[in-house]
Design a protein around this ligand. Structure first.
Ligand code: ADP
Ligand code: MG
Length: 564
């Protein structure tokens, strides 16, 4: 027997949480283990394809479930990729995995939507959920192309052991030793094959490999009309139709939500589901989700964009980044196409013509869905904008404005006259007669901008001003240059040309009268300013600072604050 090892600190915390969970949906442990088994088979199949290993046939891949009432055990076996000794240690001894990690982050942030929301059941918490129903767990595993097999075992309380064992076949077998019933908790129900069947149908129906179990079924006795006998029969419990292959109108919101949360490790329902099927030169299905919250690492280096890629419902890879443009990187989901080679590798993706067609259709679809949302459900769109608008503005600015056509109609800015977020199209449709430009001004926040002297005259003329508060805003407008042929104009910069001929004359004569004063001021401020002018920009304020055409104050500020 090998020496006991202790769990890492975070793992221990999560484990304690699982063991002591008074969580009512303990049943999700099965969904978690099945989804791991399915992932392991995906990985094996892809690996075999890559290796040109013909000994593995898709028809042999399966997940098996068995119960033993005497021992009070449930056994789940898959013939997937398996785990080496190191992997058992790494994967089951520590929390480094996505789902568990997201869970932990969320617990740390203490930002559960409401306290009572059953957060554990809302998304994948992974392998450790087994300890909600089992007092002891054994994981036997033999890795693909290896002879040695190992058993990881733990009763959660004080660490785990790993021992070498014999295993005739590749894959993983997990044995759960169920807890004893208590006054409040019933674990015996998981020993009933009908209960397990119900759980598989509820949570794991779409799993693409057969989940098999020996069931007791009652059948008519041979040669008899009304006499039944009990027989044992191996049944496949899941329909194996992936969710995205099913007809949209037969899928409930709940099913989409569960699928999303489990597959993409989110704890909240998605804000929007986009399910589409395209037939044509390249045929494919896409099932896409817009999260309802900004992922905690969204604006960091760790965030990896991309969609899952399937070919003929065979999993090819995770996070295929070629499928989604940078500015829509918040979209999660998958694409399944019958027109892609099963042998496609990550390197080939960049050059694959079919894939480019798919990516472009996916982009168009996302854009049109967002425009629909903007048109039909303003409140939802603003929620979306608050989560991901910044990304769209960066999208306009990046690549020298190459994507402005795609993105410009999706942008929103705060309006001085409407006192809310407006689109550029709305701005232009409200433009006054004779108004030549789309006016904007930048600043720290709406309140501060609103008090700027520069705004007064423009407002007085009845013109709407866009108040820009994000660093990227002005850069984005600058690369766009114009919208619907109306140029953007910073009201803090250069000449606004808002004066009538009469007003211009008046300014000229005032400048003439006060020539001496202006010269003196220029003299005193000569190291600080370029020029001192009489201005029609001001109404109730005595002075303001403006800049010449070119770089504005705000842009200079942003650039000088940038790390080198
Ligand atoms: P996640 O599935 O989100 O990665 P889990 O806690 O469910 O997190 O699983 C942790 C890791 O353990 C998996 O990423 C996988 O590498 C490994 N694992 C779990 N179950 C199996 C299995 N049946 N076969 C092979 N590897 C597995
Ligand atoms: Mg998992």
């Amino acid at each position: 027997m090998s020496r006991k090892k202790q769990f890492k600190a975070e793992s221990k915390r999560l484990l304690d949480l699982m063991i002591n969970s008074i969580y009512t949906h303990k049943e999700i442990f099965l969904r978690e283990l099945i989804s791991n088994a399915s992932d392991a088979i995906d990985k094996l199949y892809y690996q075999a394809l890559q290796n040109g290993d013909h000994s593995i046939s898709r028809d042999d891949l399966k997940i098996e479930l068995a119960v033993n009432k005497d021992d009070r055990t449930i056994t789940l076996t898959d013939n997937g990729i398996g785990m080496s000794k190191e992997e058992l240690e790494e994967n089951l001894g520590t929390i480094a995995r996505s789902g568990s990690l997201a869970f932990k982050e969320n617990m740390d942030a203490k930002e559960q939507p409401d306290d009572d929301v059953d957060i554990i059941g809302q998304f994948g918490v992974g392998f450790y959920s087994a300890f909600m129903v089992a007092h002891k767990v054994q994981v036997f595993s033999r890795k693909y192309n290896e002879d040695a097999a190992y058993c990881w075992a733990s009763d959660a309380s004080d660490g785990y052991t790993i021992d070498e064992v014999e295993m005739p076949e590749r894959g993983t077998k997990i044995v759960l030793y169920l807890k004893e019933n208590t006054d409040d908790e019933n674990y015996d129900e998981y020993l009933e094959s009908y209960e397990l069947e119900r759980l598989i149908k509820k949570y794991s129906d779409y799993i693409r490999y057969p989940i098999r179990m020996e069931m007791e079924v009652s059948v008519k006795k041979e040669g008899s009309e009304d006499e039944y006998e009990t027989k044992k029969e191996i049944r496949t419990l899941n329909s194996m139709v992936p969710l995205w292959k099913r007809n949209k109108k037969d899928i409930t919101t709940e099913e989409y939500n569960e699928f999303y949360k489990n597959k993409f490790n989110d704890f909240a329902d998605p804000q929007k589901v986009i399910h589409t099927s395209v037939e044509g030169a390249v045929s494919f299905q896409a099932l896409l989700f817009i999260p309802s919250k900004t992922p905690f690492n969204f604006y960091s280096q760790d965030y990896e964009k991309g969609l899952q890629l399937y070919s003929r419902s065979v999993f090819i890879m995770d996070k295929a980044s070629e499928l989604i443009p940078e500015y829509f990187r918040f979209v999660r989901g998958l694409v399944d196409s019958q027109d892609l080679s099963l042998n496609i590798s990550r390197e080939m993706l960049q050059h694959d013509r079919q894939l480019k067609v798919i990516a472009s259709r996916v982009e168009k679809k996302i854009k049109s869905e967002l425009l629909n949302m903007l048109k039909n459900d303003r409140e939802e769109y603003e929620k979306f904008w608050n989560n991901f608008g910044l990304q769209l503005k960066y999208g306009v600015y990046n690549d020298y404005g190459m994507h402005k056509e795609v993105l410009q109609d999706l942008l929103m800015f705060y309006s001085s006259s409407e006192q809310k977020l407006v689109t550029l199209d709305e701005y232009v449709s409200r433009m006054k007669e004779g108004q030549e430009a789309i006016y904007f001004i930048s600043g720290e926040n709406i309140d501060k901008i609103d008090k700027l002297p520069q705004c007064e005259l423009v407002k007085d003329k009845g013109y709407e001003i866009l108040y820009l508060t994000d660093n990227v805003d002005e850069f984005a407008l600058q690369v766009m240059m114009n919208y619907q042929e109306k140029p953007f104009k910073n009201i803090n910069q250069g000449d606004l040309n808002l004066e009538s001929e009469e007003e211009k004359k008046e300014i000229e004569s005032k400048a003439e009268e006060n020539k001496g004063l202006l010269e003196d001021l220029k003299d005193v401020l000569k190291d600080k300013v370029n020029d001192v002018k009489i201005s029609s920009r001001l109404k109730t304020h005595p002075v303001c600072l403006t800049s010449d055409e070119g770089m504005s104050f705000e842009m200079e500020k942003v650039l000088s604050n940038m790390p080198d």
